[in-house]
Design a protein around this ligand. Sequence first.
Ligand SMILES: [Cu+2]
Length: 162
Amino acid sequence: MTTAKQRSLKQWSRVGLAMMLAACAGESRPGSADSAVASAAAPAGQPLVRDAWVRPADSGAMSAAYFVLHGGRDSLELVGAATPVARAAEVHESMQHDGMMHMQPRPVIALAPGDSLVFAPGGLHVMLIDLLRPLSEGDTVPLVLRTARGDSLQVAAPVRRP
Ligand SMILES: [Cu+2]
């Protein structure tokens, strides 16, 4: 049984999701250059972020950050993100389900030693929620990725179109 209240909540969350998807799903380009980058070996030792970029968006809107995370010599758990340009930053994953794009928070993402993870449109992304200023092409967005060990990976992500 679905009450009227549950139904309206469901509708509301669908609207919210549609708005967020517009901000972060974008065109999915399977087999594009992004996956080639992922197979590049991580340089010895330390975790590293490469090829970061952020989608342009207006103040108050949402955007998303994409990059390739090389985990380094040890296993790594990505447990969060932060940026001074948005009220909140969350790690999300978009996926196809019954022909619809969905996304869900990924509070913890584990990487085995030597693994790399591609954050790209249509998949993993860091959602920048409620931008505190507009992000225009040519800007650079500071982004911090946090690991379970307490490390912070500092990223400078240029703003550009997909
Ligand atoms: Cu998202």
